[in-house]
Design a protein. Sequence first.
Length: 136
Amino acid sequence: MAQVTAVPAGGLSSAEAADRLARYGPNELPRARATPWWRLVADQVRDPLILVLLAAAVLTVATGDLADASVIILVIVVNTTVGVVQEIKAGQAIAAYLLPGAVLVHDSKHRWRIFPDRVAALGGTSGKTAGPVSRQ
């Protein structure tokens, strides 16, 4: 990790920001990997209610009542499918809402434009943003 001194509220000069960006690379956090669908299914199946339903389905099959067992299995499949779809949609909504970017300050001027994280220089002055802000 590079030792870089931060700059006061006036921010870096444009030349210093470009130099630091070239020298140290972008000042961005690594992106989180998406959870695979099979992991979402496994998480849903580990729910205590689903485990109880799975046990009930096994016992119902053991007693020979296949009609009730198929209804219980159908409930498990529907519940798991709805849970996975909700997890996926929630993740997409959060990703769409969080706008990766920053308001940068260079040459003592606030640039009220949203810059992608990868153009922020290490040690510069910035403010994070999140939400539906239009990129210019």
